[in-house]
Design a protein around this ligand. Structure first.
Ligand code: DAT
Ligand code: MG
Length: 149
């Protein structure tokens, strides 16, 4: 099953949006494979956002992502990588369509509420940064027959 890495960022936790955001992914039909409340350390932030090291916004990004607890998730499902990116909306909430998480809950790019992997390859890389394989569960749900033909 395709998997993606998702994070509800510190602003999402502080603004009491965890339940609403999880509910969206759940209702869509994506399967929760792993979940934890945790703090992102500076070291984790550098690993996670390795592609952005040295960019002007990088220090602010690290400060933001390490500023409070986050919820780290692994979600599974057919097309889940692109599907969650679409549900999250454009990187800058100012450009994110209404109906998306960033469009509905965010204002500025530096407080954009959620993260999701941008490809199957980056999903596997990011999952490995945040989770041990034994923390990721494989299980059947009866509803699967009602989600998949
Ligand atoms: P995404 O989170 O949509 O994958 P990204 O990987 O390009 O976007 O950037 C990672 C995060 O860095 C993004 O969620 C918010 C921040 N960021 C990106 N571009 C930025 C910019 N131009 N100014 C400020 N923050 C930015
Ligand atoms: Mg990205």
């Amino acid at each position: 099953m395709e998997r993606t890495f998702v994070m509800i960022k510190p602003d999402g936790v502080q603004r009491n949006l965890v339940g609403e955001i999880l509910a969206r992914y759940e209702k869509k039909g994506y399967k929760l494979l792993a979940m934890k409340l945790m703090r992102v350390t500076e070291e984790l932030a550098h690993q996670h956002y390795a592609e952005h090291v040295g960019k002007p916004f990088f220090p602010g990004l690290v400060e933001y992502i390490t500023s409070g607890p986050v919820v780290a998730l692994v979600l599974g499902g057919k097309g889940v990588v692109a599907g969650v990116r679409a549900m999250n909306g454009a990187t800058n909430p100012a450009n994110a369509a209404p109906g998306t998480i960033r469009g509905d809950y965010g204002i500025e790019v530096g407080r954009n509420v959620v993260h999701a992997s941008d490809s199957v390859e980056s999903a596997e890389r990011e999952i490995a940064i945040y989770f041990k394989e034994e923390e990721i569960l494989a299980y059947e749900k009866n509803v699967d027959a009602w989600l998949y033909e």
